[in-house]
Ligand binder design. Sequence first.
Ligand code: MLT
Length: 404
Amino acid sequence: MFQINEDYQKLPGSYLFSTIAKKVAAFTQANPDKNIIRLGIGDVTLPLAPAIIKALHAAVDEMGAAETFRGYAPDLGYDFLRKAIVENDYKARNCHIEEDEVFVSDGAKSDSGNIQEIFGPECRIAVCDPVYPVYVDSNVMAGRTGVYNRDTEMWSNVIYMPCTAENNFVPEFPKETPDIIYLCLPNNPTGTTITKSELSEWVEYAKKTGAVIIYDAAYEAYISEDNVAHSIYECEGARECAIEIRSFSKNAGFTGMRLGFTVVPKDLKCNGVSLRDMWARRHGTKFNGAPYIVQRAGEAVYSPEGKAQLKEQVAYYMNNAAAIKEGLSDAGYTVFGGVNAPYIWLKTPDKMTSWEFFDYLLENANVVGTPGSGFGPSGEGYFRLTAFGSYENTAAALERIKKL
Ligand code: MLT
């Protein structure tokens, strides 16, 4: 008789955003006349930029002609896209990354969930707390996290690095030594970030302790401050200790298109074994490439028109972020983030728990946000709002919250 992967049974509840979707669906069913504003999941709302649509149309036409039709994509992704990535995301920032160190994928969520596969089962992970749930859950599924304590909401074999207002949301080096360190900067969910010199200290720490950093830079397009690194490879030595994951979802609105990439430098080795070669083996075996038309759309992100149009989109969302930040501060809330990231992290009022505030906001303002505790125990007492809504909805949500 077959057996199941018992590690899946250890996962508490459903995936955070699935739980929220279910709650909102139940509320909508009970209150069909209410106009709900969704500022929960970080999903974009602006349509794809014209340069991207143009590239998509052209690629679709190519797929309709025998001479230009494409079947399976190359293992690592099309050359044209990897070249554009290297030129624009790395060379332009003086980072040494080679085209065959870039692996095009169907998005940062898949890559950040899958990357743990190339590490040994005994590796101990360290995560910021609060944290994007995929890093922890994917390691739970792989049996790496130990036992879950329902009271503390922590796993016995995970090292938590609390990021709260008390430490300015800057993770501190853990007391126990981790093997794999997950960093998402600018941060989801807190919307805060660290400086390039603070990041360089993490690179030094990883090299000293023999750890690897999984660096999720999905929100780099939202960086507005000069002292913040756009890539971990801006820090000296990162090629030897860091893997970087990038997304086209947040900077270019590809949440429904699916495109991302992971960089694994050749200098990253474990006892002489190249992690780049391992990831290439994994990618070749388990993945058959992002669609040609989507990769062509990704290339258009780096065209002069694409860059200009996307700069405007990012500015649009960051204008929402500024409005939320200001509106909530005026209403007496304590707010963080929203300067280098499209997320606002607020303290719940009147000592409400994160889920109490979720229900309160849904019922009284018909606004959906994300409870901080859903991202980890240190997120308790906090709440996340996304700036990815339309300006009109964002402004309307603020008006409703101010009236509470
Ligand atoms: C979030 O809301 O945290 C993100 O949109 C989730 C994701 O990117 O997968």
